[in-house]
Design a protein around this ligand. Sequence first.
Ligand code: NAP
Ligand code: GDD
Length: 322
Amino acid sequence: MKTALITGITGQDGAYLAKLLLKKGYRVVGLLAHRSTNALWRLSYLNIDTEVEYSDGDLTDLSSLIRIIEKIEPDEVYNLAAQSFVGASWQQPILTSQVTGMGVLHMLEAIRLTNPQIKFYQASSSEMFGLVQQPVQSEETPFYPRSPYGVAKLFGHWMTKNYRESYNMFTCSGILFNHESPLRGLEFVTRKVTNAVARIVVGKQNELRLGNIDAKRDWGYAGDYVEAMWLMLQQPHPDDYVIATGKTASVRDMCKIAFSYAGLNYEDYLVIDPELYRPAEVDILLGNPAKARKKLGWEAKTSFEELIQLMVEADLARMKEK
Ligand code: NAP
Ligand code: GDD
């Protein structure tokens, strides 16, 4: 039985990846940073909170990572932990750099010092493309990050590559484009919208305040994307891959779909709030997943419309439960 260590186990991707690996027969250990009071709600939602083992530690504390790796002896480490909200990275640029950037180096060092045979997955991001240098972004596209978060991710990305080249370690970087689900945090725009739709339906909210609704993203379903993470670590050689749908849509398009699913018109509720604009914006992202399709046999299964419907349905169901 293989053992996997997942950092960011309490986040959206951590929950879906844990579910996938448990199904594949792995022993799954999650690094638990004990930040929120109900940290395990996503794992409970997927009915796996008691199947996962937990180990206390923090990505900013190298000694905790070394201790955990020595104790649990993982075959694979999936580094999903991060301060992952782009908007907050302007408010907390130093913390973001420490966790999202330096945290990656801590984990790489912990592995190198304990057992450099461990396979390592780094959660890199399309946010690294930022001010896009090519209309469609692939593994060959130059980076131009636009947020402290994007800069920190780029540091982690290059460190992952550097440890592969310097120490011959099996380190992979997944350059994942936006992926969403009913387990998405409420601060991200898709869930903010689908949750608002459900609240409006039951009369708990009468407007939705958003920032730049012309921004476009290549949006996929998190449940599909965690499969690609696992596939990367099963290949004969470590490499970096873009994971995306190959389609892009605006925040406005997403609002239209979400509201119309509940029989509403988004224009009746939307208020543009200049406070929600970012100091520097990523206007458009569109990924080319050709390499992942060819080498990993991976492709996105869930369409954008299906994804948003799934999220609205889940939020409506939650609202009824309350
Ligand atoms: P998420 O829901 O925000 O989860 C982040 C996780 O990191 C949480 O479990 C959080 O724990 C943990 N964490 C934060 N600071 C930590 C620290 N100092 N030490 C240990 N754990 C810490 O993010 P996600 O959407 O699942 O994304 C997973 C990873 O993929 C992130 O690295 C993100 O940047 C990256 N990514 C995401 C997307 C996307 O569209 N979702 C796209 C590209 C890349 P608490 O719950 O205790 O705070
Ligand atoms: N969050 C948020 N809230 N975003 C808004 C709002 C709002 O009220 N109004 C407009 N937006 C716009 C943002 O300006 C951005 O252009 C877009 O909606 C998407 O914002 P987020 O959902 O916060 O995601 P993100 O693209 O900034 O970052 C996500 O994707 C990255 C991959 O590209 C996060 O998951 C990152 O961790 C991930 O790396």
